[in-house]
Design a protein around this ligand. Structure first.
Ligand code: SF4
Length: 434
């Protein structure tokens, strides 16, 4: 059967929906699940901040500087006691989560690059609060509500943007306020750390080596600034001098759908650092990178010559482990700070994102944000959209002319690395770097 898009593999649905719209409806619904879990996490974090001030939790405010800084950025009155400021901040963040369509998001205004905000307005993807966008996305997935795949893609991009700014940045900052801002510290990883004299709770299983490996974990935007001496200039200079060709955010799960455990993730990371590409990593798959020894100082030896020099100077590994996938917001804040420092739009950065063995919907909603943010976004395994040819073309080709970002596919680590490196070279040339 041939449909009007020329697709011979899939026909119209009984309601008349095209294969493109059907595939995008499925993808949107999956992403709404990812956005929902972040929204749920955000709601609990904001509620916990308030309950802490009311004496209803065992926690306390740990990072006062972060409280006053973040509250000030959010436009909250900071001329008051820490408890009062924290209460107002909690109320503001709850409001932001529910914010309607009429007014722009304060967090987007402050934390998103200004060029991006215009792009998002021009494309009609500037979002409302996370809860409204989830509601709109899910409502659009019922039969006969929305059969236009481009409209559904727009809703998915809106969802990605609001998940970062309405939920994830608030989560990360509130958790910093309560528990302290992460700083790099040495940890032991792998199954060798299990203690036979205790009940050991394993929350995430990875390759079962019975050995102990060291990793440096706990990077954050603040930690990167601190390591570099309080400014991003050393990083910007290293990029300009091509000692670091570019940066890749590797945010990942650990599916077995495309190969053995962590194989694509670890192999890709090795290929990238060999090419002088710095990795910032987060997500469960990040643990695979730690176990593989790529997050400790010994890994400097397997980096390319330029990256080796920079990592050696600042005593950092070539893979900076940020922690969980919820810390994607921190990575976005660091990326925005770097774009501002270099004076370029985020879409013009020599940077890319990869989720080389993603599994869960939190990873795909992060990928949707990266697409809206203007980044080359590699996903493996291929999301279930291949039945929609026009949709695949939009996501993998035409999107570049809209947001600046595009989705790249492929399961082979070497080919993925080559694709990322080519993209980084193209972006370097665009901003006048060799
Ligand atoms: S989305 Fe992936 S990285 Fe994040 S919690 Fe789920 S499995 Fe882990």
């Amino acid at each position: 059967m041939t449909n009007k898009t020329g697709n011979t593999e899939a026909g119209f649905g009984v309601c008349g929906i095209t294969p493109d719209a059907m595939a995008m409806r499925d993808m949107l619904l999956r992403n709404a699940m990812g956005a929902s879990i972040y929204a749920q996490h955000a709601y609990e974090a904001f509620r916990t901040l308030k309950a802490t001030i009311e004496g209803k939790t065992p926690f306390r405010i740990t990072d006062l500087d972060k409280l006053y800084w973040f509250a000030g950025q959010c436009g909250v009155n900071t001329k008051a006691t820490p408890d009062q400021v924290a209460l107002w901040l909690s109320d503001f963040l709850m409001y932001e989560l529910h914010r309607g369509y009429e007014e722009p998001s304060r967090i987007i205004e402050v934390f998103a690059p200004s060029v991006r905000q215009k792009v998002w307005r021009d494309l009609a993807i500037y979002p409302a609060g996370t809860l409204h966008e989830i509601k709109d996305a899910v409502a659009s997935c019922l039969i006969n509500v929305n059969g236009d795949f481009i409209s559904l893609v727009r809703k998915c991009l809106r969802l990605g943007i609001t998940t970062i700014y309405g939920a994830q940045i608030g989560i990360d900052m509130v958790q910093d306020i309560l528990f302290g801002t992460p700083m790099p510290h040495e940890v032991e990883v792998d199954l060798g750390i299990l203690d036979p004299d205790y009940v050991n709770i394993v929350f995430n299983g990875h390759e079962p080596w019975e050995q102990v490996t060291k990793a440096i974990s706990g990077f954050s935007t603040e930690a990167v600034f601190k390591v570099l001496g309080g400014t991003l200039e050393p990083l910007a200079s290293a990029i300009k001098a091509a000692k670091i060709k570019g940066i890749v955010a590797l945010v990942n799960c650990a599916t077995l759908a495309t190969g053995s455990h962590d194989y694509v993730t670890v192999s890709l990371a090795k290929e990238l650092i060999k090419r002088d590409i710095l990795i910032v990593s987060g997500g469960c798959g990040n643990n695979g990178l730690e176990v593989a020894g790529l997050c400790n100082l010994d890994a400097i030896q397997v980096a390319g010559p330029g990256l080796k020099e920079i990592c050696g100077t600042f005593k950092i590994p070539p893979v900076l482990s940020f922690g969980t996938c919820t810390y994607t917001a921190r990575i976005s804040m660091l990326t925005t700070a770097l774009a501002n420092h270099l004076g370029v739009d985020s879409a013009d950065l020599p940077a890319a994102v990869t989720a080389p063995q993603y599994l869960e919907q939190k990873a795909t909603i992060d990928g949707m944000f990266a697409l809206a943010y203007g980044l080359y976004t590699h996903l493996s395994p291929t999301p279930p959209v291949a039945g929609g040819r026009e949709l695949v073309k939009l996501l993998t080709e035409d999107m570049e002319g809209l947001t600046g970002g595009k989705i790249a596919l492929g399961d082979d680590p070497l080919e993925i690395a080559i694709g990322i490196e080519e993209h980084i070279k193209k972006k370097r040339a665009k901003i006048g770097l060799n």
